[in-house]
Design a protein around this ligand. Structure first.
Ligand code: FES
Length: 179
C-alpha cells in the first residue's frame, strides 16, 4: 500500500472511531435505567414541569387506617397549625403533614425523629407541641426546637400534591423551608 493510501485509511478509521464514541456517549444515557430516577428528582423539585404531567413522585400518603388520603378531602377536615399523622413511606416511617393558613398543605412533612438522640417524638394536641419521651425536648408544630436538649429541628420529607393525591418523597427539600 502506498503511504498516501495508508494515511487515508488511517484517517477513515480515526474519524469513524471518534464519531462512534460521540454517538455512544449521546445514546447511552437514554437507554440507562437511571432515567427513571432522574424523573423522580425532576418531578419532586418541579412537579409542574411538562415532562412530569403523568408522573407521580414518591408514595401516596395514607391515614392511620392505611386508607389513601385525598388532598381536597383532607384539607376540608383539617385545621391550620395542627399536623396530620400519615404513613406510606418505606419501612413504615411516619410523617406529619403541615397544614398552613388557607388551609393549604405545606410542601414538606415532619419526620418525628428527635434530633438529640433519635427517639420518636409524639404530637401532643393539648399543648400543641412534639414531645420527646427520652429527655424531654419539645418542638413546635413546624418541628422547630422549643425546648432542649435537642438543638436542631426535626427532619423533613418532601410533599407533592398531584392529581388530588398527597405524595410523600423520602427526601428532605433542597432548602429547609422553615428558614
Ligand atoms: S432523644 Fe429526644 S431529647 Fe434526647
Amino acid at each position: 500500500m502506498l503511504p498516501q493510501q495508508q494515511r487515508r485509511q488511517f484517517l477513515k478509521y480515526w474519524v469513524g472511531g471518534a464519531l462512534g464514541s460521540v454517538a455512544w456517549g449521546f445514546l447511552r444515557p437514554m437507554a440507562s435505567p437511571s432515567r427513571a430516577v432522574d424523573l423522580e428528582a425532576l418531578c419532586t423539585a418541579t412537579p409542574l414541569n411538562a415532562r412530569c404531567k403523568d408522573y407521580l413522585p414518591g408514595v401516596q400518603a395514607r391515614d392511620r387506617n392505611n386508607k389513601p388520603l385525598l388532598a381536597k378531602q383532607l384539607l376540608s377536615t383539617s385545621t391550620p397549625g395542627l399536623p396530620v399523622r400519615v404513613q406510606g413511606l418505606p419501612e413504615k416511617k411516619i410523617a406529619y403533614l403541615v397544614i398552613t393558613q388557607g388551609p393549604k398543605l405545606a410542601e414538606y412533612a415532619i419526620r418525628p425523629i428527635c434530633s438529640h438522640q433519635g427517639c420518636t417524638v409524639d404530637w401532643n394536641a393539648e399543648i400543641k407541641r412534639f414531645i420527646c419521651p427520652c429527655h424531654g425536648a419539645q418542638f413546635d408544630n413546624q418541628g422547630q426546637v422549643f425546648k432542649g436538649p435537642a438543638k436542631r429541628a426535626l427532619p423533613l420529607v418532601t410533599v407533592v400534591v398531584k392529581q388530588d393525591q398527597v405524595r410523600l418523597v423520602d427526601r428532605a427539600p433542597a432548602k429547609d423551608p422553615r428558614g
